[in-house]
Design a protein around this ligand. Structure first.
Ligand SMILES: Nc1ncnc2c1ncn2[C@@H]1O[C@H](COP(=O)(O)OP(=O)(O)OP(=O)(O)O)[C@@H](O)[C@H]1O
Length: 458
């Protein structure tokens, strides 16, 4: 049980956050917070403004979650209250099930409450995440069914930072939990397991911990790439996974690399990881980024705030091309800055927010000719042939279609302008772009190549 002292609890969380956040972020977001009171399992924390509440809840759930887990406060809920507003505590029915503390024989932590947004219906699917999403749905849909055509246990999801692996994994867990409320579903991050194990080893009592995780019907194990340097953790994880797999329990794993590229991991563990289905997530394309931003704006946290115009969304989607976390962060920053100075979130605010975040001047629009030349170079076709040669040969047609797709994606050019460059009707351009998109969903190699070219044109 946590000590019933809000100041002491907040101090533990603050210390955890200070280890994870860059100093400037810690000063900007955490220092102004004040603990208010403890009500049942919830610590109420005062934040200075609605914008700060928005930022903390949208951008820092993982950091808060890790700080709670590492402070042994996995069962504590946090409620952020804007200073000067007297929000009433939520009703008891809205509370998550009580969660266990380290070392007990109770079930492991279910879903960190700050991950409430991580559901499958809030996950926006694009060409780069289609396979992983289909696998996620299949695992949720087929749970408990005797015969499935494909072994999806474990499901191993991998991809770069901030691309939605945790979101997808937690989404599967929640979906299974909704359909089978009697099951024990647990989320576990490898780093936090390591900390819990260290405490158990010091107390010479690791058995209850192993038992606790072996009790689960579904285990979600996040960030397995960090296992590399943790000998004893690997061993414990191995026994837990082995036990769960033998008893037909579902395991979902995430990593920033595929199993065969995990460094420092024992072969027997890698073999288990590869047993089921491995699915990757690639960075979202422009249209998916726009759809993610729009989905994000549907969140309750954004209700009541001025709406974000289309040109601002386009600007954000063009500037934040890699991680979805950065994409969302940029959107939140624009809204935050607008509300701070009391103006609507216009393109000007977005430019200023971009400069503030990156220290860069917003780059000038990329000239289409540069896009076309780089495409020609990549496909090894002469530039003049790409632009003008009337040919239906694949060696010319495919690069040309890709060039059109990139002109739209990178420079947001109207179809008619692209058509003019290639001396083609705008409907031909639309068909060409469609055919690139379709091929990207079917052909992973092609998808990767186009994405790499897109990222290199700047
Ligand atoms: N396709 C998507 N649709 C909607 N939201 C997404 C999508 N992908 C990522 N996000 C959001 O981006 C943020 C980062 O996602 P998440 O934490 O799942 O990434 P991750 O791949 O697990 O990152 P890391 O490897 O750094 O832990 C979350 O707020 C998540 O909701």
């Amino acid at each position: 049980m946590p000590t019933p002292d809000p100041d002491a609890l907040w101090e533990t969380i603050r210390q955890g956050l200070s280890k994870q956040l860059p100093e400037a972020s810690f000063r900007e977001w955490i220092v102004p917070c004040q603990p208010l009171r403890l009500e049942e399992d919830a610590l109420w924390i005062q934040v200075p403004s609605p914008a700060a509440k928005l930022w903390i809840e949208q951008q820092l759930p993982e950091e808060f979650n890790d700080a709670l887990a590492q402070g042994g406060l996995g069962d504590l809920r946090l409620v952020f209250q804007v200073s000067g507003t007297g929000t009433v505590a939520p009703k008891a029915a809205a509370r998550p099930a009580p969660l266990a503390s380290a070392g007990s024989s109770e079930p492991a932590v279910a879903f960190p409450h700050l991950f409430h947004r991580y559901t499958l219906d809030r996950f926006v699917v694009g060409p780069g995440s289609q396979l992983a999403f289909a696998a996620a749905k299949a695992v949720a849909d087929n749970y408990g069914k005797a015969a499935t055509p494909l072994n999806m246990n474990p499901l191993f999801i991998y991809g770069g930072a901030g691309l939605g692996k945790t979101h997808l994994m937690v989404g599967i867990g929640k979906e299974i939990q909704v359909r089978h409320p009697e099951l024990r579903v647990a989320y576990l991050k490898v780093d936090n397991f390591f900390n819990e194990l260290t405490v158990a080893i010091k107390a010479r009592n690791t058995e209850p911990m192993r038992k606790k995780y072996q009790q689960n019907d579904v285990l979600l194990l996040d960030d397995v790439q960090t296992l590399g340097k943790m000998e004893r953790t690997q061993e414990e994880i191995f026994y837990i996974l082995e036990y769960l797999l033998q008893h037909g329990k579902q395991i979902i794993l995430t990593s920033d690399k595929p199993p065969q590229r995990l460094e420092g991991c024992h072969e027997r563990l890698i073999t288990r990881f590869k047993w089921g289905l491995t699915a990757d997530i690639q960075p979202p394309d422009f249209e998916t980024r726009i759809a993610i931003l729009k989905k994000k704006l549907e969140d309750a946290d954004f209700k009541g705030l001025p709406s974000v115009p289309e040109d601002v969304l386009t600007f954000i989607a063009h500037k934040a091309k890699g991680s979805v976390r950065d994409l969302e962060g940029f959107l939140t920053r624009v809204i935050f800055q607008a509300s701070l100075i009391g103006v609507p979130p216009t393109l000007e605010v977005a430019h200023a927010a971009f400069q503030g975040q990156s220290g860069e001047e917003p780059t000038a629009a990329i000239p289409p000719e540069r896009i076309y030349r780089m495409t020609a170079e990549t496909f090894n076709v002469p530039f003049v042939d790409l632009m003008k040669k009337r040919s239906r040969q694949q060696t010319i047609m495919v690069p040309r279609q890709v060039a059109m797709y990139l002109a739209r994606e990178i420079a947001s050019l109207p179809f008619t302008d692209i058509g003019r460059s290639f001396n083609m009707h705008h409907s031909t351009v639309m068909n060409a772009i469609d055919s690139v998109k379709q091929r990207m969903t079917r052909d992973q190699e092609f998808h990767r190549m186009v994405q790499a070219l897109l990222n290199s044109i700047h």
